[in-house]
Ligand binder design. Structure first.
Ligand SMILES: [Zn+2]
Length: 115
């Protein structure tokens, strides 16, 4: 098992890309990106916050780069990828961890059917 630490989201993305670009990449890759969380804490977890929405767009762009790296693998056709994108919480004002609906709603996106 290999842990690749990074000091920011760009480093996390670079670590994941370096792994994906190897012919014998890891069987399991987990990354966490803090774009949206840090922005929410700094200026508000609300779609009315342009900076928060930009953080979502940045995270989406990073996800797209990683998905394209998976699809670009030379052995992609012979591989069976389960790709999950989720969040661990929502937010309210500049915090999370409470019981409000806004803090507790999450989502999960999958490239395969999940029960
Ligand atoms: Zn947080």
């Amino acid at each position: 098992m290999v842990f690749s630490d990074a000091t920011d989201d760009n480093g996390t993305k670079a670590n994941a890309l370096a792994d994906l670009n190897q012919a014998d990449c890891s069987d399991f890759i987990f990354t966490i990106f803090e774009y949206t969380d840090h922005t929410g804490h700094g200026s508000g977890f609300t779609p009315k916050n342009a900076a928060y929405m930009q953080a979502f767009h940045d995270a989406d762009a990073t996800g797209k780069v990683l998905l394209r790296a998976v699809e670009s693998r030379e052995s992609y056709a012979e591989e069976d990828w389960l790709i999950l994108i989720t969040t661990d919480h929502g937010g309210w004002s500049t915090r999370h961890g409470g019981d409000t609906l806004e803090e507790r709603i999450t989502f999960i996106i999958s490239n395969q059917a999940i029960a």
